[in-house]
Structures are given as structure tokens and as C-alpha cells.
Design a protein around this ligand. Structure first.
Ligand SMILES: Cc1cc2nc3c(=O)[nH]c(=O)nc-3n(C[C@H](O)[C@H](O)[C@H](O)COP(=O)(O)OP(=O)(O)OC[C@H]3O[C@@H](n4cnc5c(N)ncnc54)[C@H](O)[C@@H]3O)c2cc1C
Length: 372
């Protein structure tokens, strides 16, 4: 997601871009994704806002809160901050479509990066190849090779939780978007286009890597007796479609830029999904990076500016996500009590503290092109 955002932005300001992707094809698996207004504004700036909006459905995420018994702590309100719910594959498709096919190289696994020289070595079709660029963007996710080159040993931390996710298509029960707060687990239900429903369950995990022969049954065990339509949703879920991931977060890295390289997205600031902002921040990164290189002729100044603009914000959002998880875990009773009584304007202000962000305007129609 972050790599495509950077590619769209850099092309828009006149750069030539090549995206190396380890997967055999450019596609996205995964389930639903919430895009907050900050990301939608960034996607508008990247020129794909209308296409993404057409592929999504508006909803309030984390606005309707319930107890496992079914009692509502709070209903979503029209004046709550809304998200656009999209299927990850649809977002990926909308962001990939404007990029020329020869800018996308699938099946290319980056193995090392020379930050000062701006060269990457990668494996493709059993061969080792090398490429040089004016700027190398490390948008290679949680276990980033570029981050290892920039900050050796700076690895993501297991958060002690796991998440299961799935999408129920045809035959999904009717839902009201909600997040059900259990003492140590949460079940989320959100709409997707075409009357599909995205559900997720976050729950404790003693160690990473534990998997179940029947993942759907493992979910059902953990929410046995919880309110409708959770049981109906699970019954309508195709067992093999359930995704199971361990949750990780990255402690703040000391910098996003060095030499001819920058970090972006989860590679730079992987966070727990408690605010649903990880991909949104990656998309913001792409716009800010493009605006910075367009504004500064000198690369060192441009990437220094990118670092100064992005590091404080993304690390603040990541900290807030971790704080939210901690609050839910350690102060469950207080959280449920507060959810009932917080006045709507305060609730809105709290949700909007990260979503009011406005992207820099990207200049268009630059005549010069620079290899990247
Ligand atoms: C359960 C869950 C729910 C979430 N929900 C939301 C949400 O609702 N809203 C939101 O904004 N965020 C959400 N997030 C966060 C979001 O998924 C991530 O922040 C986002 O995917 C990060 O994008 P990225 O491009 O930085 O990394 P990734 O999406 O991980 O992409 C990295 C890409 O790099 C490729 N790659 C990796 N290594 C190499 C290599 N060596 N060589 C070549 N290619 C490589 C990978 O194949 C991949 O395509 C959620 C996360 C989780 C776990």
C-alpha cells in the first residue's frame, strides 16, 4: 500500500519509478480495511480518490460499542467521524491501475540495500540482480530489509495478541457496525460493498506462530455465547477464508532517511491495528515524500524534510494505538463506563485528532523526469 502510494506520488511530480515486489503478482490478499478521512484526502492528492470511493462504503468504525451480552454502550452517530470501508484488494487495484505495467516488477525479492549508493540487490527468477536509483524507498513492511540496513537489529515486537479476520459475502446477515468489547478480546463487524461483511477478532496469544487446524472453530470458541449476529456471521464464513495473524509493533526508529534511502509505511512505523491507521499513515507518507522531493531540488534536503514531517506524526499515532490497546486491557471496566457517558462532541474530537490531517498539495505536470 505504502509502496504504491509513493509510486503514484513520485510519478505525479515527474519521477520515473520502479516497484520491486516479492510476490509473484501484484495483488493484495486480506480482508476489509478502514480508510479514515486523512487517507482519503491523501488518495485524492494521488489522483485515485474517486476510484477508491467508488470501491468502498461509508461506515462508522469504533463508534458503535457493545458488550458481549449484546447491550449497547454506545450507538454510532451521524456526526461521528466516518471511514470508507474497502476490501484491501479493491484499494490495491485502484492504486495500481494508474501505474504503467513496466513500472511494476513482481517476483523480485530485495535482499540488500546500499543506502549511500542507492543500489538494491534482489532475487528474481533464480538470479541475483542489481538496480541503482536516485532514491530507494523502503516500503517493504514489518520485516523490512531496508530498515535492517538503516537500523540493524531494530525488529518489531510481538504484542501478545493475535487477530482473525474474514469477509462474508453473499448470504451475510444484516448488521449494524459495531465493536464488541470483551475483557481481553474484541469482535468487530463492519460493512463492505455489495452487502458483504468484514469481521475480526483480536484476542490474547501466549506466543507468536500458534495456528489451529480449524481457525474458524478457534474463533467460535472464543466468542461462544456472544450476542447475535456474531454466531450467524461465523456460520456464514467459509472456513478456509479465515486469516490469522500475530500482532506486532515497532518501537520508534531514530530516523526515516539516510543516504539515498527512506523508510515508509510499516517498515518505518508498524503499529497495532487499534486505531485502524496503519495503512492510512503509509498512504500519507507517500504524498509527503513526493511533495518533499518536488519542493527541494537537493535530495538530502528533501528526505530530511520528509523525515521531519513524518516521524513525529506517525510515531504519535503508533503510540496512541498502543495506548488504546493498553487502556482496553488494563482498564476494561472504566473504558466500558466511559463509552456510555462521553459526550458526542468529545467523542468526535477524540476520533478526529488524527483524521483531520490535510496532505500537502502535489505539483502536477512537471516536465522533468528523474530516475528513481
Ligand atoms: C488485523 C489488521 C487490521 C488492520 N486494519 C487496518 C485498517 O483498517 N486501516 C488501516 O489503515 N490499517 C490497518 N492495518 C494496518 C495495515 O495493514 C498496514 O499498516 C499496511 O498494510 C502497511 O502497508 P505497507 O505498504 O507499509 O506494508 P505492507 O502492506 O506489509 O506491504 C509491504 C509489501 O512489501 C513486499 N515486500 C516485503 N519484503 C520485500 C522484499 N524483501 N522484497 C520485495 N518486496 C517485499 C510485501 O510482499 C508487500 O507487498 C491493519 C493491520 C492488521 C494487522
Amino acid at each position: 500500500m505504502g509502496g504504491l502510494a509513493a509510486a503514484l506520488g513520485l510519478r505525479q511530480v515527474g519521477w520515473q519509478v520502479t516497484v520491486l515486489e516479492q510476490a509473484a503478482e501484484f495483488a493484495e490478499v486480506g480482508a476489509g480495511l478502514s480508510l479514515w478521512p486523512n487517507a482519503l484526502r491523501a488518495l485524492d492528492e494521488l489522483g485515485v480518490g474517486p476510484q477508491v470511493r467508488a470501491a468502498g462504503v461509508a461506515a462508522v468504525s469504533r463508534g458503535g460499542l457493545r458488550l458481549p451480552s449484546g447491550g449497547w454502550l454506545r450507538h454510532a452517530r451521524p456526526d461521528d467521524v466516518h471511514v470508507l470501508m474497502v476490501h484491501r484488494a479493491a484499494l490495491h487495484e485502484a492504486m495500481r491501475a494508474p501505474l504503467p505495467a513496466d513500472a511494476l516488477i513482481p517476483g523480485a525479492t530485495v535482499t540488500s540495500v546500499d543506502l549511500a549508493a542507492g543500489t538494491v540487490a534482489y532475487r528474481q527468477g533464480g538470479e541475483t540482480r542489481q538496480r541503482g536509483a536516485d532514491l530507494v524507498v523502503g516500503a517493504d513492511g514489518l520485516h523490512s530489509v531496508l530498515r535492517q540496513a538503516m537500523w540493524p537489529g531494530h525488529e518489531p515486537r510481538f504484542d501478545g495478541r493475535r487477530v482473525w479476520r474474514a469477509v462474508v459475502g453473499a448470504g451475510a446477515p444484516r448488521i449494524e457496525a459495531s465493536l464488541t468489547l470483551g475483557a481481553d478480546r474484541q469482535f468487530g463487524i463492519l460493512p463492505l460493498p455489495g452487502d458483504a461483511v468484514y469481521w475480526f477478532l483480536t484476542a490474547p496469544a501466549a506466543r507468536p506462530g500458534e495456528r489451529f487446524a480449524d481457525e474458524l472453530a478457534a474463533v467460535a470458541d472464543r466468542v461462544a455465547g456472544w450476542h447475535p449476529p456474531i454466531g450467524e456471521l461465523l456460520a456464514a464464513t467459509t472456513p478456509g477464508s479465515v486469516l490469522h495473524h500475530d500482532l506486532y509493533a515497532l518501537d520508534p526508529v531514530p530516523g526515516f532517511a539516510r543516504g539515498r534511502a527512506v523508510l515508509l509505511g510499516d517498515a518505518a512505523h508498524a503499529q497495532t491495528p487499534d486505531l485502524g491507521q496503519g495503512a492510512c499513515q503509509a498512504i500519507e507518507d507517500g504524498v509527503v515524500l513526493a511533495a518533499a522531493v518536488a519542493a527541494h531540488g537537493d535530495l538530502a534536503t528533501a528526505i530530511g524534510s520528509y523525515d521531519r514531517q513524518r516521524r513525529p506524526r506517525t510515531q504519535l499515532v503508533a503510540r496512541a494505538a498502543a495506548k488504546q490497546a493498553e487502556l482496553n486491557a488494563k482498564h476494561y471496566r472504566a473504558v466500558t463506563r466511559l463509552a456510555r457517558i462521553i459526550p458526542p462532541p468529545l467523542w468526535r474530537r477524540q476520533a478526529a485528532r488524527f483524521t483531520d490531517w490535510v496532505p500537502p498539495a502535489l505539483p502536477h505536470d512537471l516536465s522533468s523526469t528523474v530516475d528513481s
